[in-house]
Design a protein around this ligand. Structure first.
Ligand code: FES
Length: 317
């Protein structure tokens, strides 16, 4: 599978139809964009049907908001901590999925303090995430680790290329992660291990300064190579691995990292499917605020909190 069909991450879920469908701005349904005919090529759920004919039950479902507090805080780098907190069974179950993330803020803070954090792991009702305290919101959350927090979720578009990640089986897979990108790598690795793929991971501490997922990946049976710098050591290694034959790549880290890997693929004239972390700035997560707007190579502007796309089709600065 090489072509990834763009779609809304929430279609077919209990969060569809959403407020965008209510407002006739649905990104899947041409008729709910004010056009005269249907062009959706049927994907399992007719959003128009759900909105108009399915009664009250289809009012936009609100995400879950729960009060919690940190049950553990582990410092893994100068500015990075791995924290755990408990949520309800229902929310934990929904978050146990590749690409999932939550919004976090302190309970006594206003809503605009919340920021997205990718889920690293789910153990019963305990959620573990990694946070790099680099901005106002993350620093505020970590200022008092005994304070109550608000957890809002589930959200799912933390990784691009999810249809590949969830269907690839028995292939040769290369994982590349740097810095805080190690956190979203764990659910990606679990998904690929379940698919009985042969996996090698190239890891660098990046701005976090340490590799904090190496052991866990090794326990999953993944061949882990730790490097001091992705740019200087990781990319030459990537070339060597690609020469030996790789079917799929997942890049967890900055957009610069994703672009570096794409340049190597171009240089080697390889066209491999690639999953990549979604680094868009997100404020609402619901397709409303516009902070995650991004231009595609074909000129369209899409909302990256909702649109599941191929990273290579996004316009880069
Ligand atoms: S985060 Fe608000 S529109 Fe995407």
């Amino acid at each position: 599978m090489r072509i990834l069909k763009e779609h809304c991450i929430d279609v077919n879920s209990e969060y569809c139809p959403c407020i965008l469908a209510e407002m006739n701005h649905c990104m899947m349904c041409s008729q709910l964009q004010g056009k005269g005919s249907c062009t959706c090529e049927w994907n399992g759920t007719c959003v128009l049907y759900e909105k108009h004919w399915n009664g009250e039950r289809t009012r936009p479902q609100k995400r879950i908001e729960e009060v919690s507090s940190f049950s553990s805080v582990e410092t893994v780098g100068d500015k990075t901590v791995v924290i755990s907190f408990d949520v309800s069974e229902a929310l934990a179950h929904m978050l146990n999925k590749v690409g999932s993330f939550v919004f976090l803020r302190r309970k006594d803070d206003d809503q605009f303090y919340h920021f997205p954090v990718g889920v690293m792991s789910v153990d019963h009702t305990s959620i573990t995430v990694a946070i790099e305290a680099v901005g106002t919101k993350s620093k505020r959350l970590l200022e008092d680790t005994s304070a109550e927090i608000i957890v809002r979720g589930p959200y799912y578009n933390g990784m691009f290329g999810q249809p590949w990640l969830t269907t690839i089986r028995g292939e040769s897979v290369l994982l590349v992660a740097g810095g805080i990108g190690q956190a979203p790598l764990l659910p990606v690795a679990r998904e690929l291990v379940q698919g009985e793929n042969h996996i090698t991971a190239i890891l660098a501490g990046g701005k976090v300064g340490v590799i904090f997922v190496g052991e866990e990946l090794r326990k999953m049976g993944i061949d882990v190579i730790e490097v001091s710098s992705l740019r200087q050591e990781g990319m030459p290694l990537l070339r060597k691995k690609l020469k030996k034959g790789v079917d799929f790549i997942a890049s967890c880290g900055s957009d610069n990292q994703h672009c570096g890997i794409i340049s190597v693929l171009h240089e080697m004239k390889l066209d491999l499917p690639m999953a990549a972390t979604n680094n868009a700035v997100m404020c609402c997560g619901e397709g409303i605020c516009g902070s995650c707007h991004h231009k595609m190579k074909d000129g369209r502007v899409v909302k990256l909190c909702k649109v599941q796309a191929d990273f290579r089709e996004l316009e880069q600065d």
